[in-house]
Design a protein. Structure first.
Length: 99
């Protein structure tokens, strides 16, 4: 049985970086979705409260990470959570912001 590293050894490093970025983006989005659901907000309500379009909020939950700290603050305010929670999530998922 091969190790996971050997399994990916033939892939270019740029591909692995993209896979890591996408995976961390999906993790970030999943955590945002669960937080939103725990606060009993619909996507439409959360988007409206944060000044976003519903499609933008949905894209974030699908793994497209916002690049603007003000957007992250607006999301935290909409879900009525401390910004530190999103900031910690950003640190955990920081590979999602790597280009």
């Amino acid at each position: 049985m091969s190790t996971p590293l050997k399994m990916f050894a033939s892939l270019p490093s740029s591909y692995l970086s993209e896979v890591r970025r996408q995976s961390m983006g999906r993790l970030f989005g999943f955590c945002i979705q669960k937080t939103r659901e725990n606060t009993d907000l619909s996507i439409e309500e959360a988007a409206r409260l944060s000044g976003m379009e519903s499609s933008e909020w949905m894209a974030i939950e699908e793994g497209n990470v916002p690049q603007d700290i003000n957007r992250l603050r607006a999301m935290a305010d909409a879900m009525e959570i401390n910004f530190d929670k999103i900031a910690t999530l950003v640190l955990v998922c920081r590979a999602a912001w790597e280009l």
